[in-house]
Design a protein around this ligand. Structure first.
Ligand SMILES: [Zn+2]
Length: 149
């Protein structure tokens, strides 16, 4: 069994990871973290705002190496700003193994176990890894496999 470190933000039982966003029925705006009080764009409230699951997949917008953090288990780690396919720009950790990710790359979510709770369940957080080459859909401008970059 998996338990979310931040249950409001994602569903730990989804595979692959899905993020808990909210979509505005009036203007279509998608927010993450989920904004259910009022749409950031058009101000719609209440029933217009519906929780929606967002695929943890998108494109790297920026990268920042973090060398000092009060509660990090491993340093340094890399925080990426990622534009989700669903629209929102989110901030998330990259998988520590995934140090070849560059700005503009496609990334997808994967579960990282950050601890074990009192009942033996794995506590997980989504981290982002480079999208597998087998999954080459999308308007990427990459050169063909084996080509020079
Ligand atoms: Zn709206």
């Amino acid at each position: 069994l998996r338990i979310a470190a931040h249950p409001r933000l994602y569903d730990a039982l989804s595979e692959p990871p899905m993020l808990n966003g909210a979509q505005c029925a009036a203007c279509g705006h998608v927010s993450f973290p989920p904004v259910l009080l009022g749409c950031e764009i058009c101000g719609a409230t209440g029933d217009e705002l519906a929780p929606t699951a967002l695929a943890a997949a998108g494109q790297v917008h920026s990268l920042a190496e973090v060398y000092v953090h009060p509660s990090a288990a491993e340093l340094p780690f890399t925080v990426a700003e990622i534009v989700l396919d669903a629209g929102p720009l989110i901030r998330a950790m990259l998988d520590p193994q995934s140090d070849s990710v560059q700005i503009g790359d496609r990334v997808v979510g994967a579960w990282q176990v950050t601890g074990i709770d009192g009942s033996g369940s794995a506590v997980v957080e989504p981290v982002f890894v480079a999208e597998m080459a087998s999954n080459t859909a999308g308007p990427s401008s990459d050169s063909p496999t084996g080509g020079q970059r």
